[in-house]
Design a protein around this ligand. Sequence first.
Ligand code: ADP
Ligand code: MG
Length: 215
Amino acid sequence: MAFSMTSAEYVDYLVLAGREIEQNGDYVTALDAKTGDGDHWVNLNMGFQKLISMEGELRALPLAEMLKKVGMTLMSAIGGSSGVLYGSSYIAAAKALKDRDTLDIQGVRLLLETQLQAIMDRGKAQPGWKTMIDSLYEGVQALSAALDAGADDRAAVEALKQGANQGMEHTREMEAVKGRASYQSNKGVGELDPGAVTMCMQLQCLGDYILSHKL
Ligand code: ADP
Ligand code: MG
């Protein structure tokens, strides 16, 4: 079975992701206190709570305009590196999806591939550097591999979820190349990267939303 997700349904997903982030404050902040400066969750949560407060306005916008508004909102509401990275990722996605009204599985693939490239360009970082990129990269890789092998939508979304989780888990053994964890003597080895954890939460919510509401 194939699905098609409207702009309003994407906003429903963002609200679920915002609630998931909200509930994980202690966990993410404790992780970030070990490898970063401890503000990642506060920053990201502020951004998503702002999106939740704008839910009605966002739901009424066509897909590309909604994505652009989300990007501009996250850019201004989230501090630290994450604000610029998430902001850029949604603004790039808005451009890539400007001719579409809805997201099917290929639209989701294009959205996530575009976001990945935008974050890598803006942050001048690569997969394997122990960042939010790792969850997204492995998720996108698994999704693309499944689709190229002829998987149906359900199997492709499940591959996305599993890949994102593996990418997050792989950050535990990675050495940080950029950012605050790279200044530590052990380069953060042994701990998950907080940005990879919150990116993974969003991808799990996206996958779960599609699996339970659209397939
Ligand atoms: P800051 O590094 O400014 O304290 P945040 O606290 O907002 O940023 O977010 C920290 C997370 O951002 C890290 O755990 C990492 O996943 C991600 N991150 C930081 N720098 C980069 C970068 N250059 N490219 C990709 N992700 C990055
Ligand atoms: Mg920080």
